[in-house]
Design a binder for this molecule. Structure first.
Ligand SMILES: [Cu+2]
Length: 187
């Protein structure tokens, strides 16, 4: 008895399920077709974008070849607490931690090969987010400075701040020309 009721119930349910399933299949079919069409269009768009993005214009090829014959990197010597003072005299004649030079003039597009000598017995760093540089100068000594190389290439003109990002001489860290300063980049 309970079996028969179950069969009737199942039959009715099967009919409804069939209609619903038909609708689901129709919707699914539309979604799949739409997805395929969209995928093909998007794929073609991506390929087109890639091709146009990597195809150099005749003018671009000519200008890209120019830097190869341009002047090479300019060497810059950067010293931290150089002898004989072991720093630079600040306010009141007190010798403060300092990078020498503390300010620079550079040119857009020129590469600078910087050699940093640290005569201090603690580390410092030369950091400038706008120049995309963050370099640590490990501790050295007055007789044997640590030597660190890095390059930078300014991409835009302006007054750009640099600073030592490691905790050191508080006054120097707050004073331009000591543990912070500016790079004047000319076009
Ligand atoms: Cu410092």
């Amino acid at each position: 008895m309970s079996n028969e009721t179950t069969v009737v119930g199942r039959g009715t349910g099967a009919g409804e399920t069939h209609r619903v399933r038909g609708l689901v299949n129709l919707v699914a079919g539309i979604v799949i077709v739409a997805a395929v069409v969209f995928g093909v269009v998007a794929g073609a768009g991506a390929i087109w974008h890639k091709v146009t993005g990597t195809t150099p214009a005749p003018g671009a090829t000519a200008s890209a070849a120019a830097p190869a014959t341009a002047s090479s990197a300019v060497a810059v010597k950067l010293e931290i607490n150089p002898p004989p003072l072991g720093g630079v005299k600040g306010a009141g004649g007190v010798v403060q931690d300092a990078f020498v030079p503390g300010s620079f003039t550079m040119t857009v597009g020129q590469t600078y090969d910087i050699t940093m000598y640290n005569y201090d017995t603690q580390s410092h760093s030369w950091m400038s987010p706008d120049l995309n540089v963050s370099v640590v100068a490990p501790a050295g000594s007055a007789s044997s400075p640590s030597v660190t190389h890095f390059t930078l290439k300014p991409t835009k003109a302006g007054q750009i701040q640099w600073f030592c990002a490691l905790p050191c001489d508080k006054t120097a860290m707050a004073t331009n020309g000591f543990m912070r300063g500016y790079v004047t980049v000319k076009a």
